[in-house]
Ligand binder design. Structure first.
Ligand code: HEC
Length: 473
């Protein structure tokens, strides 16, 4: 008896150190196979123990409850406790893994949408129709007051489509660095366009080579005007400090919102995740400047030595959705998580959104980032998607065609090729409905002047995009 206990203790200790050393390198697939699959099955669909993908939970089924079951076991039911052999970080990756498998099982049951076919959603019968299409990746679009539609091609082209459907390329727009996620990104007409004619663009600007000889870029924000199909009167409003230009092609962020005299824009972590907590860099931030590029003195870090004065919020990974609530004026943003932990955030002055100290996700290879989903001083997302859907453009519906969608937030997803409709009440997401699925990667969503919902969709492999409309039926 004594010997057995002693041996187990020794083994556990040895295992503990071994596993701790491995904790940050072992991927979750492997961990699940060696530690859990014997009871829960290779596909998580059950065996000796219950399925982890059928949404039927013995516990409460929340992240915390699953985490607790794994750490402390459910001894009476035959679930061993793993708290002594697995780190909190590893347990967190297992919870993400269980969520991924659950979503996959659920998705398999959901039919794909078809263009031109009428279908039912929770509140409206709708139909999709094609507005236009183009080679390349349409990154963003917006309407001008006369009903014409502006859109960017990430390759570096700005196009204007008249109300009648005639398309013209606007010449003379900035030369962009088109690589990986970089290129010509957001386009946004000034809310006061009728009077001032300004149009805002964000793009990746070449910055030469880094020490390793790789080509690098940074985000540049400009405004200009369109006169006779030419981009003219360009003004540069924001560029990263020279020493902070190091993007090799990832996480540019780049969405705009304008409120009064203020221009908000996002800059992702550019693949340098620790920068998100460093207020001396532009990376992993939402920024606020005046529409003419001046920096407001009441920005939260304006007076901090060395700080990037344009910062409005920090700890943001890669925000590619940004929009103002039409009634309350609140600023909302979606940001891409890593593997798991895509977020919807309410953006407020000076707030730290936690990346990469806290996240609901893990690394793409299934290794942990952090055990923490919450820490003091860091803001929780209003909503998160685990597994990730790859959240992109967002827009509150304000049109007159869908009366039961008034004020709902529409959210595009790239990887899962879904359009989500969120209803938000008292600061919480109370409905998350998938409206469309499978038509393509959805990058931007807007309410059209005629009350329809316009989306950009693209097929990455074919390097082809469409703008489609959702209309009532
Ligand atoms: C010796 C068999 C066994 C092993 C190994 C095992 N489990 Fe379990 N697990 C069970 C049993 C039995 C239950 C009780 C509920 C059931 O049957 O689903 C359970 C319950 C759970 C629950 C709670 C599910 C619910 O319905 O709320 C989770 C989460 C879970 N296990 C995850 C894991 C993970 C992750 C691992 C690997 C680290 C693992 N289990 C390894 C047998 C096992």
């Amino acid at each position: 008896m004594y010997q057995k206990v002693f041996k187990t203790a020794l083994l556990t200790t040895a295992c503990w150190f071994g596993l701790q050393a491995q904790a940050n390198s072992q991927n979750v697939e492997q961990l699940f196979k060696t530690t859990c699959a014997s009871c829960h099955g290779q596909e998580l669909t059950g065996g000796m123990a219950g399925s982890l993908v059928d949404s039927q939970w013995q516990t409460e089924g929340t992240d915390d409850a699953l985490m607790n079951a794994i750490k402390n076991g459910i001894v009476s039911a035959g679930m061993p406790a793993f708290g002594a052999t697995l780190s909190d970080e590893q347990v967190r990756t297992l919870v993400v893994y269980i969520r991924e498998a659950g979503a996959k099982a659920k998705q398999a049951k959901q039919p794909e949408s078809q263009m031109g076919k009428t279908f039912k959603t929770d509140y409206h019968r709708v139909v999709t129709k094609e507005v236009t299409n183009s080679d390349g990746i349409i990154w963003a679009m917006d309407f001008l007051p006369d009903g014409s539609l502006l859109y960017t091609l990430r390759e570096g082209e700005l196009w204007l489509m008249s109300k009648g459907g005639k398309k013209t390329q606007i010449k003379g727009t900035p030369k962009v660095w088109h690589k990986r996620q970089g290129g010509l990104l957001d386009v946004y007409p000034d809310p006061d366009y009728k009077n001032n004619g300004w149009i805002y663009l964000s793009f990746s600007k070449p910055a030469g080579n880094n020490a390793e000889g790789e080509s690098i870029a940074f985000t540049s924000i400009v405004r200009g005007k369109i006169k006779g199909n030419q981009w003219v009167e360009e003004q540069t409003l924001f560029e990263a400090k020279a020493e902070n230009r190091k993007n090799r092609g990832w996480h540019f962020g780049s969405r705009f919102a304008i409120q009064g005299d203020y221009l908000f824009f996002t800059n992702g972590d550019e693949g340098h995740q620790d920068d998100a907590q460093n207020i001396n860099t532009q990376n992993g931030k939402v920024h606020r400047i005046y529409k003419d590029g001046r920096i407001p003195k009441d920005n939260p870090f304006y007076n901090e030595k060395g700080a990037q004065q344009t910062i409005w919020t920090y700890g943001n990974r890669n925000p590619q959705g940004l929009t103002l609530h039409p009634k309350t004026g609140e600023l909302w943003s979606t940001e891409h998580g890593p593997r798991g932990g895509d977020e919807l955030n309410l953006i407020t002055k000076g707030t730290n959104y936690g990346w990469p100290k806290v996240t609901y996700g893990m690394n793409y290879n299934g290794t942990p980032i952090t055990p923490h989903t919450n820490l003091p001083g860091m803001q929780q997302p209003v909503h998160h998607w685990t597994p990730s859907i790859a959240v992109a453009g967002i827009n509150f519906y304000t049109g007159d065609k869908f009366k039961n969608w008034q004020g709902d937030l529409f959210v595009g997803s790239l990887a899962k090729k879904q359009l989500h409709r969120l209803r938000i009440a008292n600061g919480k997401v109370v409905e998350d409905e998938i409206i469309l699925k499978g038509l393509g990667r959805i990058r931007d969503v807007i309410t059209a002047p005629n009350g329809e919902i316009y989306l950009t969709i693209n097929d990455r492999n074919a390097n082809h995009s469409k703008i489609i409309a959702i209309a009532p039926k």
